[in-house]
Design a protein around this ligand. Structure first.
Ligand code: F6R
Length: 607
């Protein structure tokens, strides 16, 4: 995923382009660039690496002009070099692009055979050259863009700047998000509302297939059939556009500390605190009529689904299966009876999850999106949506969004149980009360940050770390391992504790820390046996448990971190902040780039 920005403004564009790119940097950060019109000519500055490198470039060679476009890249086609950095330009047009052009090879060969000379290895450049080609033929900029886009296959959001046209910009989207920001005598284009937030709070969310042509004061939007169309203007709240670290060292740390609020807001949305009942507005699924639930997502979103799978089966008795979107969409899933499919995504734009959703709709299965971005593609395309109210998540590693996903899914699982009649009114009240307590329990868990930091410093030298858990703590162990490897670059795996002796125990030695996620529950004794097996082989163990659990296993463990006591239903909420903080502090101890780990992007809008 990349970030794009476009401005026709009343003041110099470059500082504002840079400001917007910094807000978009979470989407990709391996190279960046800007282009403006200077006396009608396209001028560019580009740099490999993060936006600071581009800023240095601009200090050395300032860039004037009030009209400009900018891009921060997550490389797909072509290495993250200056040459491959956007904007890509010809003498006539400059383009920034987020997405992938699937048929770029054919188009590139065709254009080269016609004498067009390519400057980069990117798929994007075919858009630039195609637009140029149609401009060469005498088309207007709008017609040239329309004709070029009609030839490309794939996903894109683009912004185009034209030589000699200071008061013109064209944007278009298909498969990647794009918003128009309406200022006072100036108009902006951006990948999301966060990008244009410093300039305006009046936003138009373009729909799939839309094209926008604008000047500083006017704009026209055309739908996928190129008919002029009205799109409503939304006022974006300051909090939705806030991307400040506050007093925290990293966004990730701030966002972990926002987990109690993310849970409270989301749970508050789906529970009636007075009646102690769940109430799912717009859920759109009658679980009484459902025989099978499919849950689909990628990465951390998939793992929140793995937790929910236990809840759905235990609370409602409905068979539930969770899959990774990139596998699900190609494996021709078979369902027995009437199915509902739940798609979990923080961004709501993850390409594989979106395609899996489209596949289920084609099969006639009811679809429910659990998304953090209410205006996203998944939110728009699902039959019904449950919003997770985590607020904007900027750290590339997902934390508070995971907890918000758990919150919405827990409420949905209770609702499914009520609908199926497997939960009576008393049990519903009890579970609702338990859910309402979770923000407090998460807050208590966060108080263990010092103990977590101590353990983190100790294990930060390891080459490989194993996490184990049973029941709902197994997917939490998977999430713990994912989070650790993505931000600390330490190899980590999560295992079902009972599975260890079927192979992975061979990895245990004094240099391989094992973290046991083990709340004191009906499975604790069995987990303690596994802990003893590891200790007997010299493995240094950190136990994440409550006071009772720690007492039982004290002799076998090197470190223990005391979690607040909780009910089994609450445990995933309580242990999430602990494993998130552990990954965070290991990464800090190792000095990695916590908020923008190497090779990653916040959301993956390519397959
Ligand atoms: C891990 C992480 C990723 C995302 C995954 C799905 O910390 O952030 O694994 O969870 O890329 O993204 P969304 O939720 O936007 O669909």
């Amino acid at each position: 995923m990349c970030g794009i920005i476009g401005i026709i403004g009343k003041e110099p564009a470059t500082p504002r382009l840079i400001e917007a790119l910094k807000r978009l940097e979470y989407r990709g950060y391996d190279s960046a660039g800007v282009a403006t019109l200077v006396d009608g000519h396209i001028e560019r500055r580009r740099a490999a690496g993060k936006i600071v490198n581009l800023e240095k470039e601009i200090i050395d060679a300032p860039l004037a002009g009030n009209t400009g476009i900018g891009h921060t890249r997550w490389a797909t086609h072509g290495a993250p070099t200056e040459r491959n950095a956007h904007p890509h330009a010809t003498a006539r047009v400059a383009v920034v692009h987020n997405g992938i052009i699937e048929n770029f090879r054919t188009l590139r060969e065709e254009l080269i055979s016609q004498g067009y000379v390519f400057d980069s290895e990117t798929d994007t450049e075919v858009i630039t050259q195609l637009i140029s080609h149609y401009l060469d033929k005498g088309e207007t900029p709008r017609e040239a863009v329309i004709k070029a886009l009609a030839r490309v296959r794939g996903a894109f959001a683009i912004a185009c700047l034209f030589t000699g046209k200071e008061d013109l910009m064209i944007g278009a989207r298909q498969g990647s998000p794009l918003v128009v920001g309406l200022g006072d005598g100036e108009i902006f284009l951006g990948s999301d509302a966060i990008a244009v937030a410093p300039f305006t709070n009046r936003i138009i969310y373009l729909e799939e297939g839309d094209l926008v042509e604008f000047s500083a004061k006017t704009y026209n939007i055309y739908d996928k059939d190129r008919k002029e169309i009205f799109r409503p203007v939304a006022i974006v709240s300051a909090s939705a556009a806030a991307v400040e670290k506050g007093n925290y060292r990293h966004f990730m740390q701030k966002e972990i500390h926002e987990e109690p609020d993310a849970a409270a807001r989301t749970i508050g949305h789906y529970l009636d605190p007075l009646d102690e009942k769940v109430s799912l507005p717009n859920c759109g699924i009658n679980f009484a009529e459902i025989d099978q639930i499919l849950i689909v997502g990628c990465g951390t979103a998939y793992l929140s689904g793995r937790v929910a799978e236990y809840w759905f089966e235990q609370l409602s008795g409905i068979s539930c299966e969770t899959d990774i979107a990139s596998e699900f969409r190609y494996r021709r899933p078979v369902v027995a009876g009437r199915a509902a499919a739940i798609f979990i995504s923080q961004s709501g734009e993850t390409a594989d999850t979106l395609e899996a959703l489209r596949l289920c709709k084609k099969n006639g299965w009811k679809t429910l999106g659990v998304v953090n971005v209410a205006t996203s593609s998944i939110a728009r395309e699902a039959d019904a949506v449950l919003e997770t109210l985590a607020g904007p998540e900027i750290g590339v590693a997902s934390t508070k969004a995971f907890v918000a996903q758990l919150s919405a899914l827990a409420a949905t699982a209770i609702a499914a149980g009520v609908a199926k009649g497997t939960i009576d009114a008393e049990r519903e009240k009890d579970l609702a009360r338990q859910l309402m307590e979770t923000p407090r329990l998460i807050r208590e868990a966060l108080e263990m940050e010092n103990a977590i930091e101590e353990t983190a410093n100790d294990i930060s030298h390891a080459k490989s770390i194993l996490y184990i858990g049973r029941g709902v703590s197994y997917p939490i162990a998977l999430e713990a391992a994912l989070k650790l490897k993505e931000i600390s670059y330490i190899h980590a795996e999560g295992y079902a504790a009972g599975e260890l002796k079927h192979g992975p125990i061979a990895l245990i030695d004094e240099y391989t820390p094992v973290i046991a996620v083990a709340p004191y529950d009906e499975l604790m004794e069995k987990t303690i046996s596994n802990v003893q097996e590891i200790a007997a082989r010299g493995g240094p163990i950190t136990l994440l448990s409550d006071a009772k659990g720690i007492e039982e296993a004290a002799d076998a463990v090197k470190h223990s971190v005391r979690a607040p006591e909780c009910e089994p239903f609450q445990a995933p909420f309580v242990y999430s902040p602990l494993i998130h903080m552990l990954a965070y502090h290991v990464a800090v101890a190792k000095g990695t780039d916590v908020d923008q780990p190497r090779n990653l992007a916040k959301s993956v809008t390519v397959e």
